[in-house]
Design a binder for this molecule. Structure first.
Ligand code: MN
Length: 349
């Protein structure tokens, strides 16, 4: 039998109290939401529906880039609103999932103070001002927290929601292999019997546009290996920022790699993703150092990211690409001259 944590049973009545008597809840995810964010938003909608008969709208800024994520949204039959078009006065409650106020990946107008926050990133100062927050940075996924609330409310999610939540936990923890705790494993196991396995497989194998392969080739051609252990790729202009994190994950699988850094230009900013094998390396702190004074950054122990506004067009982009690369190499004590391309131009049969 699944047991929720004491924190959930302690906090649950407060959430129910905030929801009681309200009629419209706006649920906001980070810009360019990932499966964990999307599924956690739908789980919170379910909670609000059942506990207090509240109508919910889901909103985010940015795009849903990755093919898998678009397949998930289609399967859940979601109508996601663009945050820029939302009139906040229509809602009597605002919630954030998988992100927090003042976070760099959240385009919530600063005057909008959320009422509810569920997240598993390190707790931010602004979150302490929120009426209800449940932030567990030791959890591998926001969906795991929401799952405990569903259990506490005696709600058994229907197949689409269960499938989305399991996929959310699986994708944030790389199928429980990355920063997953006992709570994530328990939630995953409890959700598994409720999941539509055929749909899960279809989402995981969601189609991608041909542009994806063009970008993949370009990324590999632009990949540099430093001292065998640090792999850096500057993707240049990308049509969705998800590709940057995806490449950082892919390159981390190369033999002997301890760190990867990928960057790309999107929406006037340099986006970066960094990955490492060892949680003791603190990717989140490195990301913050790398962007210091130029932009925002943060994340988890082994995966993190950041954004830096680019000034002065192409020159500004190159300057920032070099700056973030040099900063990482310096932090790691790696000589930037020990560089070689991942793929040599004349590679071939
Ligand atoms: Mn997450």
């Amino acid at each position: 039998m699944f047991k929720t944590s004491p924190k959930t049973s302690r906090k649950f009545p407060r959430l129910a109290e905030i929801l009681a008597g309200k009629s419209r809840l706006l649920i906001v995810t980070q810009d360019n939401p990932d499966p964990d964010a999307i599924a956690a938003a739908v789980a919170l909608r379910k909670l609000a529906n059942v506990l207090a008969d509240i109508k919910c709208s889901l909103a985010h800024a940015g795009t849903i880039g990755r093919g898998e994520n678009r397949a998930l949204v289609r399967y859940l039959d979601l109508n996601l609103h663009q945050l820029s078009g939302v009139s906040f006065e229509q809602f009597d409650l605002v919630a954030l999932v998988d992100t927090q106020p003042t976070s760099g990946n959240l385009s919530l107008p600063p005057q909008v103070m959320p009422d509810i926050v569920f997240d598993h990133h390190p707790c931010r100062k602004a979150t302490r001002q929120v009426r209800f927050s449940d932030v567990r940075k030791d959890y591998g996924a926001a969906c795991t927290i929401l799952w405990e609330y569903l259990v506490q409310a005696n709600i058994t999610p229907e197949a689409p929601l269960a499938t989305a939540m399991l996929y959310g936990i699986g994708s944030d923890t790389q199928d429980l292999g990355r920063e997953a705790t006992a709570a994530d494993i328990q939630a995953y196991e409890a959700l598994y019997p409720l999941v539509n396995k055929r749909m899960l497989s279809q989402i995981q194998r969601g189609t991608v546009p041909s542009e994806y392969y063009r970008l993949l080739v370009r990324a590999l051609q632009r990949t540099t290996v430093y001292d065998e252990r640090v792999v850096v790729a500057h993707l240049g202009l990308v049509d969705n920022p998800d590709m940057i994190g995806e490449m950082a994950d892919l390159l981390l699988r190369k033999d002997q790699t301890e760190w990867t850094l990928c960057t790309g230009q999107y929406n006037g900013k340099l986006w970066l993703s960094i990955r490492t094998q060892d949680p003791a390396n603190r990717a989140d702190l490195r990301a913050r150092h790398i962007v210091a004074r130029h932009g925002t950054g943060g994340g988890h122990l082994t995966y993190a990211g950041g954004q830096i506004p680019i000034k002065d067009g192409h020159k500004g982009l190159e300057h920032m690409e070099q700056l973030v690369c040099r900063r990482l190499l310096r932090m790691l004590g790696v000589d930037h001259l020990k560089a070689k391309p991942l793929i040599k131009a004349d590679d071939g049969p």
